[in-house]
Design a protein around this ligand. Sequence first.
Ligand SMILES: [Zn+2]
Ligand SMILES: [Zn+2]
Length: 257
Amino acid sequence: MKLTLEEAAAGCVKTLRGRYVDRCSACAGVGHRVLRGVCAGCEGKGTVSHRAWFGWYGVPTTCTACRGDGVAREDCHDCAGAGKFPARAYRVNVRIPHGVRDGDQLHVGARRHRAGQAAVSLDLTIELLAHPLLKLDTDGTIRCEMPVDGFVWIANRLVDVPTLAGMHKLRLSRDELVYRLPGLGYPAERRGARADQVVTLRPVFPAQLSADQNILLDQLIATTSGAGGPAQSPELSGWRDALRDWQHNHVRAHGQA
Ligand SMILES: [Zn+2]
Ligand SMILES: [Zn+2]
């Protein structure tokens, strides 16, 4: 049975349809009953010779009554010699518990869909379909690696993140590339509690900046790197001072910049 990751994470009810063939229990599936004595058709020889033209005997052929072994038998009355009954349709509802894994085997006990229908028991093998956006780890962690507009990332905006429970709004933080969404992963074990989802961002910036984008970036840089700019960070101003001191000493010691 093929399940999407979402179906398997939440558990689901599936309707299985198919056809089954019942073996004849009266003859144990062989289609005949062995009688005492030898086959009447060939007197136990297993072959019959047909009289051919001019009185010569033809090539012996296998006896059709005993199929060649000379044993007397008669067709089973219950199944008319077929050993089985004509195929019948079945339809069974199966509840799949949440948290099944790829390759899991499930046994569904005998159940009857309708009165008069034979009970059908099924052995199922679970196959989890690959998810287009999410990846399942063995411990139940769901991983999502997503590209994000680099400018959206540094602006701390909200982005849509796919989860097994649907779309999730995630507030970005420009100093974080990895985010953990507690309880939004896959069940850690069958029928168990959900693990976490881990989102890893890959900020994407334009390969080539347009003239407008360059102007906007120049304006941005002027607010942070302009001399004594209001948004100058202590880390950057400290580095700039240390750089200036080093250059000054270097020139004094070696006579060149
Ligand atoms: Zn025979
Ligand atoms: Zn039979």
